[in-house]
Design a protein around this ligand. Structure first.
Ligand code: SF4
Length: 367
């Protein structure tokens, strides 16, 4: 038992947790079971459809707002179910327009999501969290320092999209165009809920997002990459590579000790062969560590196996960590070397670093 977490839970959450023992989670109870229960209570079939639309099409999280259900039906729901809605706790806006959202989960922990707007290109991307904290402890990442608090449910992932989308429309007059599972946590270690959230996001009964607009980013779990391929989802996959040799990768990402580059490349080949979906490598450039020409050559070797794009990401220093960011000149030299080999490579300048919203900085810190 993590007593630290228990003591951090506030009285509201304790009350909520108490009701949880008596009631069921309406958003995460399997649909067939829910419908079966309501049918035995005498609900007509069209009422089930109405309820489903409130939950997933309109994303309503308050029984009383489900206006076309009868009073008795709303009262039944209230008596037997709870809705684990996200509570918006804080929004910060960066000088570059990036917005960081801090959400409180119903049982106390906080998670973060980030809206990255590129209005000129009509691109509005939300970066969602898949876990509260993370168990993988990558040495450059603030989330990794927190440890894993808990898995997010499918609805908690789905609701990040809904709430950020609402804000995006309010501020930019445009809905979100892309979603990346690149916030707190390792999505492939919360596989079932991540997949369910994607099913809800792409469903004709929900926001109907195109799966081509969805990217799952992983630190690299070979077996789960193969499972993702077998399950046939049409999503893009990003591997947080950060080094083209095992020795360096082991130093940054402990997961590499059990999922080395050879096994990852094999699983990515499998993924590509089976799905034909887009694969990218994310590569954070660390000064003097992985930004030399010899490192670029290691990366180039890994790009010859299947079509892949490379995104070089500027590092944002996390206090207490050894790494510092590469200079602009060094990043350009590195990128040029890779580009010379006909590999698609983009250098991504960091977004939202003044509000700790950039890659590797999500850690629920008060800014
Ligand atoms: S980089 Fe990703 S996988 Fe690694 S600790 Fe951070 S959140 Fe977890």
């Amino acid at each position: 038992m993590n007593w630290d977490i228990v003591f951090k839970i506030d009285p509201y959450s304790v009350l909520f947790l108490w009701t949880m023992f008596e009631k069921k989670d309406l958003l995460n109870v399997p649909k067939d079971k829910l419908f079966e229960e309501l049918l035995t209570q005498g609900w007509e079939k069209y009422r089930l459809k109405q309820l489903d639309e409130w939950l997933w099409k309109h994303a309503i999280r308050d029984f009383q707002a489900m206006s076309n259900l009868s009073k008795t039906q709303r009262a039944y729901l209230d008596e037997h179910f709870y809705i684990p809605a996200l509570i918006e706790s804080k929004i910060q806006t960066s000088l570059d327009g990036t917005m960081k959202f801090r959400f409180k989960l119903f049982d106390g922990p906080f998670i973060e999501s980030v809206l990255i707007p590129v209005p000129d290109e009509n691109r509005f991307t939300v970066c969602v969290s898949s876990q509260a904290g993370c168990s993988l402890s990558c040495t450059f990442c603030a989330t990794g320092q927190m440890g894993l608090i808990r898995q997010l449910t499918a609805s908690e992932i789905f609701d990040q999209y809904i709430l950020v989308n609402k804000k995006c429309i309010e501020v930019y007059g445009k809905p979100l165009s892309n979603i990346v599972y690149m916030g707190m946590g390792e999505p492939l270690l919360n596989y079932k809920n991540v997949i369910q959230s994607i099913e809800k996001l792409t469903s004709p009964d929900g926001p109907m997002l195109s799966s081509k607009r969805i990217t799952i980013s992983t630190a690299g779990i070979a077996k789960m990459i193969k499972k993702l391929a077998d399950d046939g989802l049409k999503v893009n996959l990003a591997l947080s590579l950060h080094a083209g040799d095992d020795l360096k990768r082991n130093k940054m990402m402990a997961i590499n000790e059990t999922n080395n580059l050879a096994s990852l490349i094999e699983s990515l080949k499998y993924f590509y062969k089976k799905t034909g979906n887009r694969i990218s490598y994310e590569y954070i450039a660390f000064d003097g560590f992985n930004d030399q020409i010899s490192d670029a050559k290691n990366l180039i070797r890994l790009c010859s196996q299947f079509p892949v794009r490379v995104n070089i990401i500027e590092y944002n220093r996390v206090p207490g960590m050894d790494f510092t960011k590469s200079t602009e000149d060094q990043i350009n030299r590195f990128a040029q070397e890779v580009r010379k080999h006909g590999i698609m490579i983009t250098v991504r300048r960091s977004r939202g670093k003044d509000i700790d919203a950039a890659c590797g900085q999500l850690a629920n810190q008060e800014a």
